[in-house]
Design a binder for this molecule. Structure first.
Ligand code: PAF
Length: 296
């Protein structure tokens, strides 16, 4: 695996592959790799001729007072993990490379970025959309891989790809979970042992609401109240619990699939998770293995 720092290096490294029609897969990341990242890399490896992983802690997507400065950074460990997952190129640019003098463009994904995480993290999804658009421009991937734990992020990326006619296929892969169900996240590293124990309440809340849904409950207020009660019992501070249309993230109607999305605070750490509630899926399918739902 080779580490690349500049747009010029990326273009030179991929020139041969691109001109000979090879498929390029991109996994955009902010580093601090866990099994969720590695599953994206392994899938990219299986489906692409050339795999590029970008590693850039994007300042545009952190609001003032968020965890930009304490976000875990260990490029050497990440490079080792990526190499083991069969990645060809790690693109780890500097801030100056990503935002050269004169950089001024911002990508606003519109309504899909409002509400849920967008309501509590002003500018977050514009920051994500801007940097992902630039990464697509630099790498020119045929396919880009994202995890469904960041459900709204996936919806945002799909929106910009559609609206800006970006020639890239988006693959959204299931959330990877710890054995007790907690969704893997780079931010789990912030948790104290006591907070880690409480954090699993997030998964239990999704399970309880999902069981109510499987029993026939379709009232979003009841589903949210079920989840909120479990979060409260676990001592988690609820930022939001919402049921939205699974595809548009707009208002939920019972004849269509829903997503139940949750954000909580555990001590100083903000965690998110979600589950898709769809009539066709039985609970056993939803919770089989360590994943919740896949469009794959
Ligand atoms: O999901 C992430 O790690 C980031 O939001 C992303 C997509 C790499 C953009 O900075």
């Amino acid at each position: 695996m080779r580490t690349l720092r500049t747009t010029r290096e990326v273009r030179a490294a991929l020139f041969g592959a691109r001109t000979s029609g090879k498929r390029i897969g991109l996994v955009p990341t902010m580093g601090a790799f866990h099994d969720g990242h590695l599953s994206l890399m392994r899938t990219a490896r299986a489906e692409s001729d050339v795999v590029v992983v970008s590693l850039f802690v994007n300042p545009l997507q952190f609001a003032a007072g968020e965890d930009l400065h304490r976000y875990p950074r260990n490029e050497a460990d990440d490079a080792e993990s990526a190499a083991t997952a069969g990645v060809d190129f790690l693109f780890a640019p500097s801030d100056e490379e990503m935002f050269p003098p004169g950089f001024a463009t911002s990508v606003d994904p519109g309504a899909v970025a409002l509400g849920l995480c967008g309501a509590n993290r002003p500018g977050h999804f514009e920051g994500v959309a801007t940097v992902v658009t630039r990464l697509f421009g630099i790498v020119g991937p045929d396919t880009a891989y994202f995890g469904l734990k960041d459900y709204q992020q996936v919806a945002v990326i799909r929106r910009i790809v559609e609206d800006l006619a970006l020639p890239v296929e988006i693959r959204a892969l299931p959330t990877v979970r710890e054995p007790d169900g907690l969704a893997m996240s780079s931010r789990n590293r912030y948790l104290t042992p006591e907070e880690r124990e409480r954090a699993v309440g997030l998964f239990h809340a999704l399970q309880h609401a999902s069981s109510r849904y499987a029993e026939g409950e379709r009232d979003p207020a009841v589903l949210c109240a079920t989840a909120a009660a479990t979060l409260g019992d676990a001592g988690l501070d609820v930022e939001y619990v919402e049921v939205r249309d699974a595809e548009t993230l707009g208002v939920y109607t019972p004849e269509r699939a829903a997503v139940l999305a949750v954000a909580v605070r555990v001590g100083d750490t903000r965690l998110i998770d979600n589950i898709v509630l769809a009539p066709a899926l039985k609970p056993v399918q939803r919770f089989a293995g360590r994943t919740n739902w896949s469009e794959a």
